[in-house]
Design a protein around this ligand. Structure first.
Ligand code: C2E
Ligand code: CA
Ligand code: CA
Length: 620
């Protein structure tokens, strides 16, 4: 077979066959073929052909071997080969498409999963984050733009957030605001003060409206609340940016800055005076009086509530001292726990002699002599030293010990009156009767039993406030006192809300003008006019007038000129023991000095300014 025959053979097949005729050489090998082909041919001829052949290049193929008849006795075969690479080339395109489809499918799967994850996981994460925020008090709504169940879930979540935010707002409003006036409350002030870094110059003022419960009784609860609200607003305007709060029904609080204690008191006083400008509520003009207590933080660690408490105590102290603004007085306040045991000690002091009675004389302008005195109690505690009656008298009132104290004072007064009498002085003596006792019928009877043994006139000093608290019972007892020959003096007139209605109903014979007015008498303000009109009014009602707290010759002289009946104060004498007072009563030199000073005032023509006295020409 020649080359042309082979080519013709190859051409007859539809498959691209490789045909070759091989002859076995003398060494037994097939011509020019590698070992693998030699093996294949031998095995094929032996009848157990392997499945494939591997050619010299290492590529696999399918092959068929057919023995050929040869004339020269040589052994020949026809080897038909079909390389696999060629056989598969037909399917390559299909493979590629399959791989392409596979890759595309995979991509699709990945994208789908990603989109699905985005659609479910992301909204869930957002919801989780929002829930976490909510727990920490951050109300951040969730933004989900899809239109599926998750979006609806997010929507109801957002509605819930809004509802919670609204409700929390309401709760905060309730917790930190006073419902009646909508002003911030004590808790709000505590919170604001605790949150702020407290500067050294921080002060807190507790501003109390005087006699608020009576005012509220007179104008009604709604108007009283409106009044407090207006004062709060006014206060906030007076001290811009400062925390203002309603500390209790009649007390407002404000924190402010000042240079030192004196500056703080000045500012507090100015605030008080500004707040006292008349207010109109529902076309009614209302006059309010306020007092201010001031306190300062003690340390950074101290809870702000303690400072608020001190300011409130300072307010009580300012009221007791009849001053407009006062600083917290630690010494006067003491320790509340110890104060209670103090009452037990007070009962013992009444027996032991630690409690004493002193007498402050009153100079009678018309008689030019001293004919009466006020009895004041003094307590020298063995450890605490002198304790002011302004501290223990109110405490005795609160703890139910005032009756024992007052009966002791009354007994002593009657004894001392006998001692003055024995020394040749007929003195009318006054005893202070606390408001708490005024309604006590048992006390009234016991007191009258004591008074019946008195050598001369006994006078009871009562305050109008005490009468206003329980007018019926107070007036009944006062009538009982008067019918037993006890004279009645109205004490501290002008320091509270004065009620002329009760003044007329009381069988009083004396009116004592509070020292607050007398001390300002010669300062050139309105007090001179007030004192003069009070004297005229009291005389009109048939009352004698005593001026309390007369400290200067100028005031003494002016009171003489005004027509005041009696002067009591340090100028005449400090509260004195029986012996000291007896010495003063026979001190002619001193009595002459009083008469001369009074005469100087009576002769001088007072200078009238704006209808009132400004100053006295001789004494200015
Ligand atoms: P009060 O009844 O207004 O007594 C007058 C107070 O003013 C006394 O204070 C007296 O020492 C003081 N005083 C007198 N003259 C002057 C003056 O020229 N200038 C100044 N700045 N003060 C003057 P005290 O003795 O400390 O008494 C304070 C308050 O304690 C009394 O005020 C009275 O309300 C109460 N008190 C005193 N003793 C008794 C008592 O035996 N029984 C009752 N229930 N209360 C008493
Ligand atoms: Ca008095
Ligand atoms: Ca008084």
């Amino acid at each position: 077979i020649g080359g042309d025959d082979i080519a013709a053979l190859q051409a007859t097949s539809a498959l691209p066959l490789q045909a070759s005729v091989l002859t076995r050489a003398t060494d037994g090998r097939w011509t020019r073929e590698p070992d693998s082909i030699n093996d294949f041919i031998d095995k094929s001829l032996a009848g157990n052909a392997p499945r494939a052949i591997v050619d010299a290049a290492g590529s696999r193929g399918i092959a068929v071997v057919r023995p050929l008849e040869a004339i020269d006795g040589t052994q020949s075969v026809l080897l038909l080969r079909y390389p696999l690479s060629m056989a598969l080339s037909l399917y390559r395109g299909m493979f590629r498409s399959l791989i392409g489809i596979g890759i595309a499918g995979l991509m699709l799967l990945i994208t789908g999963t990603w989109l699905l994850a985005r659609g479910i996981t992301q909204p869930l994460t957002a919801l989780e984050a929002a829930a976490r925020n909510l727990r920490e008090g951050v109300y951040e709504p969730v933004a989900i733009k899809t239109k599926d169940e998750l979006a609806r879930l997010a929507e109801s979540f957002n509605t819930m957030i809004n509802a919670i935010r609204e409700r929390e707002g309401k709760i905060t409003q309730l917790a930190y605001h006073d419902a009646e006036t909508r002003l911030p409350n004590r808790a709000a002030l505590e919170r604001r003060l605790a949150a702020a870094a407290q500067p050294k110059r921080l002060y807190l003022a507790a501003i109390g409206v005087d006699r608020f419960s009576h005012l509220r009784g007179a104008i009604g609860y709604a108007h009283a609340a409106a009044l407090i609200r207006r004062l709060g607003v006014r206060l906030a305007r007076l001290v811009p940016n400062a925390p203002v709060a309603r500390l209790s029904s009649d007390v407002l609080g404000v924190a402010f800055l000042a240079d030192d204690e004196a500056d703080a008191l000045r500012r507090a006083d100015a605030i008080a005076r500004n707040l006292e400008q008349p207010l109109s509520i529902d076309d009614h003009v209302i006059d309010v009086n306020v007092a201010v207590g001031v306190a300062q933080p003690r340390s950074k660690e101290e809870p702000t509530a303690a400072m608020i408490e001190r300011a409130s105590v300072a307010l009580d102290q300012a009221r007791a001292a009849h001053v407009k603004a006062g600083f917290f007085d630690e010494a006067a306040y003491g320790d509340p726990a110890r104060n209670l045991s103090l009452m037990g000690e007070m009962r013992r002091a009444l027996e032991s002699g630690d409690m004493k009675l002193v007498h402050q004389p009153k100079y009678d302008f018309r008689a030019g002599a001293i004919r009466s005195a006020e009895c004041l109690v003094r307590w020298k505690h063995p450890l605490r030293g002198n304790i002011s009656p302004d501290l223990f008298v109110p405490m005795a009132e609160e703890t139910g010990h005032i009756r024992a104290l007052t009966e002791w004072v009354l007994q002593r007064t009657i004894e001392d009156q006998r001692r003055f009498s024995a020394a040749g002085h007929k003195l009318a003596l006054s005893v202070n009767i606390s408001g708490r006792l005024l309604g006590d019928a048992d006390f009234a009877r016991a007191a009258m039993d004591l008074v019946r043994g008195a050598a001369h006139t006994i006078c009871f000093e009562v305050t109008e406030t005490a009468v206003i608290d329980d007018p019926k019972r107070a007036l009944e007892n006062i009538d009982l006192f008067a019918s037993n020959g006890v004279k009645i003096a109205i004490d501290d007139y002008g320091s509270g809300l004065s009620s002329l209605a009760y003044l007329k109903q009381m069988p009083a014979h004396e009116l004592k003008i509070d020292k607050l007015f007398i001390q300002n008498l010669t300062n050139g303000n309105r007090d001179a006019l007030l004192v003069r009109s009070t004297v005229d009014l009291a005389h009109g009602l048939g009352l004698e007038v005593t001026a309390e707290g007369v400290e200067t010759p100028a005031a003494f002289a002016m009171l003489a000129a005004i027509g005041c009946d009696l002067a009591q104060g340090y100028l005449v004498s400090r509260p004195a023991t029986v012996e000291e007072l007896i010495a003063l009563l026979s001190d002619e030199k001193r009595l002459r000095y009083y008469r001369q000073t009074a005469a100087a005032g009576a002769q001088a023509q007072p200078v009238v300014v704006d209808g009132g006295f400004r100053t006295h020409p001789k004494l200015a």
